[in-house]
Design a protein around this ligand. Structure first.
Ligand code: GSH
Length: 209
C-alpha cells in the first residue's frame, strides 16, 4: 500500500497514473499547493523540498520525493516499465532525465509566464515559448517511426505525457508535431491514464487536440 501526496498538476499526475498502470492500491492525500499545504511541517518530513509529489511505501516505511525517483523506485520494485539492465534501461533513464531536466522545468516556466502572467514579462514569454517549441521538436523527432519514447511503454512516457497534456496552456498546436499528437492521443486512451489523471480530484476532462 502506497500513500501518495499529490495535487492536480503534471508532476503529481505522473505518479497517480503510474500507480494505476501498476494496479497498486494507494491512498491519495491532497496537498493543495494553492493554499500552501506543501509548507506544512508534517509534509516537509517526507518532502523536504516542499513540492508534490511524494510517497510513503507502507510495506517498508520508505518516503520519497521527486517524481523521477518515485517512478524509478516503483518500476524497480514491481519489475515493470523500466528494463532491468543494459542499453534499454539506460535509454529509458536518459529520456526520463530529459523530461525531468527539460520538459518539466521549461514547460513549467511557460505555464508561469505565458498562461498565468501573460504580458508581464515578454522576454521570458519569448524565451520559454521558444524552448518549449524546441523540446516539442525533439520529442517529435524521437517519436518518428516509434510507438513510444523507448521501444515499449515506459516511465519515460509516463513522465512526459502529463506535461504534454497542458499543450493548450503552452499555446502549442499539436498538428505541428504529428508524432507527438499520435503518441499523446494513444496514451490518453489508456485506462490507467484516464483514471490517474483525475487524482486527487476531477478538474476537467483530458484535453484532446
Ligand atoms: N522536480 C520535482 C518538481 C516538483 C514540482 O515542481 N511540484 C510542483 C507542482 S507540479 C509544486 O509542488 N509546487 C509547489 C511550490 O512550488 O511551492 C518533481 O519532479 O517531483
Amino acid at each position: 500500500m502506497i500513500d501518495l501526496y499529490t495535487w492536480t498538476t503534471p508532476n503529481g499526475r505522473k505518479v497517480s497514473i503510474f500507480l494505476e498502470e501498476l494496479g497498486l492500491e494507494y491512498d491519495s492525500h491532497a496537498i493543495d499547493i494553492g493554499k500552501d499545504d506543501q509548507f506544512a511541517p508534517e509534509f516537509l518530513k517526507i518532502a523536504p523540498n516542499n513540492k508534490i509529489p511524494a510517497i510513503v511505501d507502507r510495506d517498508n516505511g520508505l518516503s520519497l520525493m521527486e517524481s523521477g525517483a518515485i517512478l524509478i523506485y516503483l518500476a524497480d520494485k514491481h519489475g515493470r516499465f523500466l528494463p532491468k539492465e543494459g542499453e534499454p534501461r539506460y535509454r529509458v533513464l536518459e529520456w526520463l532525465m530529459w523530461q525531468m531536466g527539460g520538459i518539466g522545468p521549461f514547460l513549467g516556466q511557460v505555464h508561469h509566464f505565458v498562461h498565468y502572467n501573460k504580458g508581464k514579462a515578454p522576454y521570458a514569454e519569448e524565451r520559454y515559448s521558444k524552448e518549449a517549441r524546441r523540446l516539442y521538436g525533439v520529442l517529435d523527432r524521437r517519436l518518428e517511426g516509434r510507438k513510444f519514447i523507448v521501444d515499449e511503454y515506459s516511465i519515460a512516457d509516463v513522465a512526459t505525457w502529463p506535461w504534454i497534456s497542458r499543450f493548450e496552456w503552452q499555446e502549442i498546436d499539436l498538428n505541428e508535431f504529428p508524432n507527438v499528437k499520435r503518441w499523446y492521443t494513444e496514451i490518453a486512451e489508456r485506462p490507467a491514464v484516464r483514471k490517474g489523471y483525475h487524482v486527487p480530484k476531477f478538474v476537467s476532462d483530458i484535453p484532446m487536440p
